[in-house]
Design a protein around this ligand. Structure first.
Ligand SMILES: C[S@@+](CC[C@H](N)C(=O)[O-])C[C@H]1O[C@@H](n2cnc3c(N)ncnc32)[C@H](O)[C@@H]1O
Length: 234
């Protein structure tokens, strides 16, 4: 296994394992499998489907693209920026094109990352655990977290770990699923929780309160069951 020192922006990350030219892993060989590996193709088919998003979550696919595009536009010149749970880039690949040099795309699942690497061939991907990040605090000038907080819950160590990675005043953006009073979306979120695929469902207020503990909130938008937040690291 080739190993190399990976420089992302001004940061010497650590010594990681290089799996392919664009994909590195921070995990030992025997910990590289993930439950998402076998779900990756299905994820892209279902979760990436425009009708599913509109019908079930009440959120158009364009909302994710707009959020990522706006974030990168507003943080122009800042690097490195981390996507903390990038998945297969099913929503974000088009927004990330042209920004590859300042992005680190981080996820636990190689199955998801491999699909992402096909969508963004010049992207730099790192496999790792967002609950035990392989970075020093304040390593990043900005951070994005799309569709992640509802997996772990706002009181888990996911949000504090994400916040700790960012420099003071660094811009951050996230979206996550919340209870919003929509019968179909709320029901699906509760089902995901019962299946062990999401944390106990929370409201937009719960997530805002938790996010506000680490970030000065600049924008809050609720699209169906999907909450979009933007802020600056305190
Ligand atoms: C709902 S998907 C969101 C992916 C992508 N951000 C999107 O919007 O399509 C959740 C992602 O979290 C990743 N994930 C789950 N547990 C993780 C962990 N402990 N550390 C890092 N990534 C994790 C999964 O591999 C998957 O890609």
């Amino acid at each position: 296994m080739a190993r190399l020192e990976c420089l992302v922006g001004k940061i010497l990350l650590m010594t990681f394992h290089q799996l392919t030219p664009g994909i590195l892993s921070s995990l030992p060989t025997d910990q590289r499998e993930s439950s998402y590996d076998s779900m990756a193709a299905g994820y892209d088919l279902l979760v990436g489907n425009a009708i599913y998003n509109r019908l079930v979550w009440g959120c158009p696919k364009s909302a994710y693209v707009e959020a990522a595009t706006d974030f990168l536009g507003q943080s122009e010149g800042l690097e490195p920026i981390i996507d903390y749970g990038c998945g297969s880039l099913i929503f974000t690949a088009s927004a990330y094109q042209g920004h590859e040099g300042r992005l680190l795309l981080f996820d636990r699942s190689l199955g998801m990352i491999e699909r992402g690497a096909k969508r963004l061939p010049s992207g730099r991907f790192l496999q790792g655990d967002a609950l035990a990040p392989p970075f020093d605090d304040k390593s990043f000038a900005g951070g994005m977290s799309w569709g992640m907080t509802h997996l772990f819950g706002s009181r888990s160590c996911y949000l504090p770990a994400f916040a700790a990675l960012l420099e003071p005043a660094a811009p951050a953006a996230l979206c996550c699923l919340v209870l919003s009073g929509r019968r179909i979306g709320d029901g699906m979120l509760r089902l995901l929780h019962r299946r062990g695929e999401a944390a106990e469902p929370e409201t937009a207020g719960d997530i805002e309160t938790a996010f506000g503990g680490y970030f000065d909130i600049q924008a809050t938008v609720l699209r169906g069951n999907m909450l979009f937040l933007r802020g600056k690291r305190k």
